[in-house]
Design a protein around this ligand. Structure first.
Ligand SMILES: Nc1ncnc2c1ncn2[C@@H]1O[C@H](COP(=O)(O)OP(=O)(O)OP(=O)(O)O)[C@@H](O)[C@H]1O
Ligand SMILES: [Mg+2]
Length: 792
């Protein structure tokens, strides 16, 4: 069970810089949208009227010899794919779809997995909208970046265009789009970001919300938003697309929007259950995969596990066991690939490689071991067998201690169906569920709870405010979040000074909401500029936004740790990350060859490269906002101090103090007992820290930790550090002592300042006069006292 204190809405794990289109290279999320759209028009669509076209007209254009969207002749490959596309279930109902689409502003579309929703419906829309003739685009949202990228790739092939030209994708920090793009696959988070800049989504003539049944946070917000936008933009069309579940709920929500349901799937999938409960799902999963390989006909295998570590472990074990099968039982070769969100894109792409050739009449096979990111949308050609142990990691949020965690939980029935749907996409398939049929029927819940009910909402609240929605209480959520969660989010943003006491966006909040980052990170970035350490904080934030940069191979741990100590900064891990990046950009690394330098220093080249790319994009955004990007002198004593001060300004709600009489730390305010994660470089004598992540395993850890001065907490977040609201205990006592000391200093300081001001504001003579007067008065008083005594 692993958990994080904070997860970003869209995980930023997979980012590559090398793949961006040259025209868009290095562009930030917002800049991409600034170029005016220019489109091809050589008259192919002549005579067609938008929202009055027919399936027949579209099919005629599709079957012609010239691509109507580019004017180029169609390739042979196009013709081959077109034939297959026409067999997909959705094609039977193209006219029916158009009839409803043309008559209504919003429609709900449901279809079995594999029926052609994601790849075909947007193309049906293109032929009716003809967005290129009116300078508009069609958007199709996806909950996951890997799906957005791979589906865009597929549809570009289907339409016989180059990816990034007429068909593109846009996911956080990576855009393959150009001013020719008419169909854009994008993550739901990306569209939300665009909506912040352009409340009416004016770029689009049609928006397709795909995989709506997944109910991601971003999709839920988009739905609420779109309900408002459609009133302001009668020309905007909306299609809500979903697997067969819950269509009615969507229809009701969208004011009784019409429904089109497409029955049927491409190929059948046989489902098998285990006769009894499996104690060890991992072991059972491995055995099943090996058994399929040894006994079943040709076809690749997709196995669902829960997280990166488990998957890497399974990949290593399966590869070893497969070699044994080849040696001892004459099986064909088997190649095993991992797939998870934080895997760099070029490695994710490997899952699409062809399986190894068979041997001696026994089939060669590829096996993909994946998290639930392969559960929806994705088609991996060649997958025939799906192995589903029935678990996944789910985000849960505990608003009381403000910890967002990823917990391994049983999947829902809907997920199980989606998983099975990954088989049988390009031919008939089989799905092995490693639980009993009874468990499926009785124990699995029909659908997972919407993400909005399981998340920290501080980013979301900020987004909503930026979207111009002030009245959060009356925002039309499909499922409203718990009031406590909402309160926590408002509170957090208030302490971060992004909202004022009335809940209005502050200037800082407005700026922070422009960055595709957790508000705490964005606050740090903005505040660092006031402390002259913007460039350093840019590096730290970027390094925090990518998968772990340190590599620690099992057999080489000691050596890896020794090398890591070259970069170590004893004040903590954030500064160590900064040192790593400086090393990466040094002349020495450049001359040596950066890749080799990383390898020799046990660093993940891809991760740092990705951080460098993110850094560039964030830097451009900061420049656009005219933020100060100067640095303090490296030799100055405030160089590192100011970086730590800026860290404290973002992370003050994630502070911890060393326990007085025992091991470990206590988190400030929530009083959770934690240990510093073993990977930390923090020096032993540091008493107060801020941390990046709260990791829940059998033990609670805080990871990526840096030492700070507790005085800063009062300086930067006085409202949060109102000690009346603290529970009694070790932390409160220490803070009280510090506060007392600070108050004394403050008083002394105030007095000194008053005296100084008095002296400065009074002319020299009058000071003298005053002093003489004062002395005289004192003398007189003394005399009187003496007289009184004498009289007595
Ligand atoms: N990359 C690909 N390679 C080969 N065939 C593909 C590919 N992508 C899609 N297909 C074919 O197109 C069909 C429809 O795919 P599509 O993604 O549009 O289905 P869907 O209805 O959106 O399914 P899901 O519910 O899984 O999202 C697939 O079943 C498959 O036959
Ligand atoms: Mg789909």
């Amino acid at each position: 069970m692993a958990a994080k204190r904070r997860l970003s809405n869209e995980s930023i794990e997979s980012i590559s810089s090398s793949e961006s289109l040259s025209s868009m290279k290095g562009k930030t999320d917002l800049e991409v949208n600034e170029e005016p759209l220019t489109h091809h028009d050589a008259g192919e669509f002549h005579g067609l009227i938008e929202h009055q076209t027919t399936a027949e007209q579209a099919e005629k254009l599709e079957s012609g010899s010239i691509n109507p969207f580019t004017g180029n002749p169609f390739s042979d490959r196009y013709v081959g794919i077109l034939k297959k596309r026409r067999d997909l279930p959705v094609h039977q109902q193209r006219q029916e779809f158009l009839d409803i689409y043309q008559k209504h502003q919003i429609m709900v579309f449901v279809g079995e997995t594999g029926s052609g929703k994601t790849t075909q419906i947007p193309q049906f829309v293109l032929f009716d909208e003809m967005p290129h003739l009116k300078g508009k685009q069609v958007a199709c949202t996806q909950p996951r970046r890997v799906a957005a990228m791979s589906v865009a790739e597929r549809v570009a092939n289907e339409m016989d265009v180059k990816i990034g030209e007429e068909v593109g994708y846009s996911v956080r920090f990576e855009h393959k789009v150009s001013n020719k793009t008419i169909l854009k696959y994008m993550t739901d988070g990306m569209l939300l970001r665009e909506a912040m800049e352009d409340h009416d989504l004016t770029r689009y003539s049609c928006i397709i919300l795909d995989e709506a049944h997944e109910r991601t946070l971003a999709t839920d917000i988009l739905m609420g938003l779109i309900k408002q936008v459609v009133d302001r933009r009668p020309d905007l069309k909306i299609i809500v697309m979903s697997a067969t579940l819950d269509a009615e709920k969507f229809q009701t929500y969208f004011n009784e929007a019409p429904l089109l349901a497409v029955p049927g799937r491409t190929f059948p999938v046989e489902v098998y259950y285990t006769p009894e409960y499996q104690k060890d799902y991992l072991d059972s999963a491995m055995r099943t995969v090996l058994q399929i390989h040894a006994t079943e006909d040709e076809g690749d295998i997709l196995l669902f596990l829960t997280g990166e570590d488990e998957i890497e472990d399974a990949v290593a074990k399966l590869s070893l066991e497969a070699d044994k099968l080849v040696r001892e039982e004459n099986c064909g070769p088997m190649k095993v690939y991992p797939l998870y969100g934080s895997l760099p894109p070029h490695q994710q792409q490997k899952i699409f490689e062809k399986a190894p050739e068979g041997y001696n009449g026994r089939p060669g096979r590829k096996v993909i071991v994946s998290t639930n990111i392969a559960e929806t949308s994705l088609t991996i050609d060649g997958v025939v067998y799906v192995v589903d142990p029935g678990f996944s990691k789910q985000k849960v949020y505990n608003p009381r201690i403000r910890v967002e965690s990823l917990l391994v939980t049983p999947v829902s029935k809907a997920s199980a169906q989606q998983r099975a749907g990954r088989a049988g996409r390009t031919r008939p398939g089989k799905c092995f569920r490693l639980y009993t049929e009874e468990a499926f029927q009785k124990e699995l819940i029909p659908q997972s709870y919407p993400e909005i009910l399981r998340s920290n909402l501080s980013s979301t609240v900020l987004e909503l405010k930026k979207l111009g929605i002030d009245d959060l209480v009356h925002f039309d959520f499909m499922d409203p979040p718990a009031p406590e969660t909402m309160m926590r989010a408002l509170e957090e943003l208030y302490y971060l000074k992004c909202l004022d006491a009335d809940g209005n966006l502050t200037e800082l909040g407005r700026l922070v909401s422009l960055y595709p980052l957790d508000p705490m990170l964005a606050v740090m970035l903005v505040k660092s500029c006031e402390l002259n350490c913007g460039p350093e904080m840019l590096t730290i934030v970027s390094m925090l936004s990518v998968p772990n940069v340190f590599v620690r191979p099992g057999k080489d741990k000691k050596r890896a740790d020794e090398i890591k100590s070259i970069f170590t900064h004893s004040d903590g891990d954030h500064l160590t990350l900064l040192n790593v990046y400086h090393g990466f950009k040094s002349d020495e690394a450049y001359e040596y060859g950066v890749k080799k330098w990383c390898f020799d220093h046990y660093l993940n080249y891809r991760s740092i490269q990705a951080a460098d790319n993110i850094r560039n994009q964030l830097e451009r955004m900061m420049e656009r906002h005219n933020l100060n990007l100067n640095s303090n002198d490296y030799d100055s004593p405030i160089y590192f101090e100011n970086i730590k001060r800026a860290l404290a300004q973002g992370f003050f709600m994630q502070a911890a103090k060393k326990r007085s009489n025992s091991k470990g730390f206590l988190t400030v305010k929530d009083n959770q007992q934690v240990l510093i994660h073993p990977s930390s470089v923090l020096s032993k004598d540091i008493e107060w820290v801020i941390y990046n992540e709260f990791v829940l395993t059998t033990q609670n850890y805080i990871r990526t930790v840096t030492g700070i001065k507790p005085e800063w907490l009062f300086e930067y977040a006085p409202a949060y550090f109102n000690l009346d609201q603290f529970m009694p205990g070790d932390v409160k006592m220490s803070l009280e002592r510090i506060k007392e000391r600070l108050d004394v200093y403050a008083k002394l300081d105030k007095k000194r300042k008053e005296e100084k001001a008095l002296i400065e504001n009074t002319p020299e003579d009058s000071v003298k006069e005053k002093k003489e007067k004062k002395d005289k008065k004192e003398k007189k008083e003394k005399k009187e006292k003496k007289n009184k005594k004498a009289k007595k």
